[in-house]
Design a binder for this molecule. Structure first.
Ligand code: SF4
Length: 274
């Protein structure tokens, strides 16, 4: 990522609450310190992971995402304690029983109790846990409309789309290119459903990383000297049921998970070109 041209470029991304959690008196002071290289952008706990990516160099990105993801996850877990979990379960298409909300993440049970403790049949990492808790705490719980749109058509998705394409769609395409059973496994292991080909793709599979946030993965095989292609589509209610940052995180998490699945099947790790 090119270095920001001035501190204002960083400032406009900040929360502007002057909350001082970063240790600076104001957001403007923090932006100046980041611009001068005295502070790292990840020291502001209120930033989306996507903004951290924009202003971190490649070698720092994964570390920063993991660290900030963990901190952000802890703050979301605290928020769980302040909401009515039974009402939330009804809103978001989950089940509530004995102080615990349970919903399906890619066909597997994922539970959270009113202390914010998480348990699941799948591996819990920030890539999964953050969108799940965000969905429970602030999702509107709208039923999907079955109108598919790209990430860039979601609210605030346009400016983040280049990064989304680079972090989610490109790596997933490279996995699909080498791992030909990918789409069968998405159906078999993660409760996905192959649907009629959409947007003239060769394969279209719908998965449910969250009950009311389906994702459709469309893949075009290479042909006649044309490269393959892969795009993710979201229901047009996705930006009401999740923040755009969590939609991004969900896509990135899915991509990372499929990369690991391919690795387990003996395919080499898919590197992101920087
Ligand atoms: S923690 Fe973030 S939002 Fe709070 S003052 Fe620092 S830069 Fe601003």
């Amino acid at each position: 990522m090119p270095r920001p041209k001035n501190a204002m470029e960083i400032f406009i991304q900040l929360d502007k609450s002057n909350c001082r959690e970063c240790g600076e008196m104001t957001c403007l002071a923090f932006a100046g310190a980041v611009y001068q290289g005295r502070r790292q952008i990840k020291a502001c706990p209120k930033l989306d992971l996507t903004v951290i990516e924009q202003f971190s160099d490649a070698s720092e990105i994964r570390k920063a995402l993991d660290q900030n993801g963990d901190e952000y996850l802890e703050s979301l877990k605290r928020e769980i304690g302040s909401i009515d979990l039974a009402a939330a379960a009804e809103r978001v298409g989950a089940v509530y029983s004995v102080g615990k909300l349970t919903l399906k993440v890619l066909g597997k049970n994922f539970s959270v109790d009113n202390q914010g403790n998480l348990s699941s049949d799948i591996h819990i990492n920030p890539w999964v846990a953050i969108p799940v808790i965000d969905y429970i705490c602030s999702g509107e719980g709208l039923n999907p409309s079955a109108r598919w749109v790209s990430f860039r058509e979601l609210k605030d998705g346009k400016e983040r789309y280049p990064l989304f394409h680079k972090r989610c769609e490109e790596p997933m395409k490279r996995v699909a290119d080498i791992y030909t059973d990918l789409f069968d496994d998405l159906v078999r292991i993660f409760g996905g459903k192959q649907v009629e080909q959409q947007f003239e793709s060769d394969i279209s599979v719908v998965v449910h990383p969250l009950p009311k946030v389906p994702i459709m993965i469309c893949y075009w095989r290479p042909e006649d000297g044309m490269e393959s292609d892969l795009n993710l589509f979201f229901d047009d209610t996705a930006d009401k049921n999740l923040t755009i940052g969590s939609v991004f995180t969900l896509g990135a998490g899915l991509s990372q998970m499929l990369d690991k699945l391919a690795l387990r099947h003996g395919f080499p790790e898919v590197e992101s070109p920087e």
